[in-house]
Write a protein that binds this ligand. Structure first.
Ligand SMILES: C[S@@+](CC[C@H](N)C(=O)[O-])C[C@H]1O[C@@H](n2cnc3c(N)ncnc32)[C@H](O)[C@@H]1O
Length: 367
């Protein structure tokens, strides 16, 4: 297989560096982050409906909260998954909302064959633009990203709590947190090139085609080796869906380097609680459809030793669509001998620079 392939989007032919190695279960793989774009297809939906680590948590929360209640499933997908499970768990009624037309039509075709179709109302559109009566008692929304807030969960669920849920209504999931640790990208892809998996190319084409032009997409790393982390993980983004839910946030955290190596960015991953008192899903150590996201900070790798500290400021603010966040990171690496090295990243949901960072110039070679 060639290690440079081309993708066509209207007005652009892009060269993309592709990993020529075999696709194998458990092998690290580089993809664009896909969940925050309206490009879901049957393959992506199936990775979720077969995600046992995720599904048993949502199911347990519905068993606890759905009986005799009216529920709202935001982002029901082609399978009406949580509306269906909620009704099976004893909900009186479910409103299921889906914004992607193709997924909505598949859901509409699936609905009559369900056990109690008359107890589910399916609506097409973005939840933030719809209204219905009566309001729901419980909202279930699996719109959680690998970067927890990337799919717009804060804005969508803040809106749902205000307009679509009864006062005091509850949200499933309960809490989502993004953690970060210092890494070097090439350590996440050992003995293989820093290049996209071939299977990811149609998704790159869909994301750029949806936006109308290429941009520096967030990078999803599947199956990163656990020993690639150079610091402990610390929370950088917190979403309390039943508490003080913020659509903008900014936090500074200090990642203490735990072993010698080279750092060029951070790896982030999701912790998710569907109910407050459970063991959270951890997307780094558990097998789940959520992967890790690598965010580049330095143009070239910086040597680090135990005792050094990466000070990381992470800010989320709504993009121009008022739903999906843009992220900004600033980093100061302070070494034990008093040196400082600064790095940063602007990671918009859509648009912004293309090939702004050396990594992206490498992944999308000019010409
Ligand atoms: C991660 S998938 C989850 C699909 C399914 N609920 C599941 O858990 O397997 C998210 C789905 O939510 C939809 N979605 C995201 N935000 C939405 C919104 N505000 N209103 C309606 N649908 C939304 C997406 O189009 C996508 O189908």
């Amino acid at each position: 297989m060639r290690d440079i392939q081309h993708i066509e989007i209207p007005g652009h032919t892009l060269s993309v560096r592709v990993d020529p190695g075999p696709e194998r279960e458990g092998r690290p793989a580089l993809w664009p982050s896909v969940g925050e774009y309206p490009i879901y297809d049957p393959f992506l939906y199936t990775t979720m409906t077969t995600d046992d680590e995720r599904n048993h948590r949502f199911r347990a929360a519905l068993a606890h909260l759905a009986p005799d209640r009216r529920i709202l499933d935001i982002g029901t997908g082609q399978d009406l998954l949580w509306a269906r499970e909620g009704v099976q768990a004893g909900a009186r009624h479910a409103v299921a909302i889906e914004v992607i037309e193709d997924a909505f039509h598949k859901a509409a075709a699936n609905l009559p064959a369900l056990e109690s179709p008359d107890r589910i109302t399916l609506l097409l559109g973005e939840s933030t633009r719809l209204r219905f009566a009566p309001r729901a008692d419980v909202c279930v929304a699996e719109i959680i990203g690998s970067l927890a807030g990337a799919e717009g969960a804060a804005a969508v669920l803040a809106d749902a709590r205000t307009r679509l849920l009864e006062p005091g209504g509850l949200v499933i999931p309960h809490r989502a947190v993004t953690l970060a640790a210092a890494v070097r990208l090439s350590d996440l892809l050992p003995e293989q090139p820093v290049a996209f998996a071939e299977a990811a190319l149609p998704y790159l084409r869909s994301i750029f085609g949806w936006h109308g032009s290429p941009f520096d997409v967030r990078l999803r790393v599947e199956n990163p080796p656990a020993d690639a982390l150079l610091s402990e993980g610390a929370p950088i983004e917190v979403l309390d869906f039943n508490g003080d839910l913020q659509t903008q946030q900014r936090t500074t955290t200090h990642l203490a380097i735990t072993r010698s190596g080279l750092v060029d960015g951070v790896l982030t991953w999701l912790n998710l609680w569907c109910l407050p008192d459970e063991e959270p899903l951890d997307a780094l150590s558990m097998k789940t459809n959520w992967a890790t996201i690598y965010l580049p900070l330095f143009d070239s790798p910086v040597p680090v030793e135990p005792g050094d500290v990466l000070e990381l400021t992470f800010a989320a603010a709504l993009s121009d669509d008022r739903v999906h966040p843009d992220y900004q990171l600033q980093a100061v690496l302070r070494t034990a001998d008093g040196q400082q090295r600064r790095g940063s990243l602007i990671s918009p949901h859509h648009g912004g620079a293309f090939r702004s960072h050396s990594l992206y110039r490498d992944l999308f070679p000019a010409g």
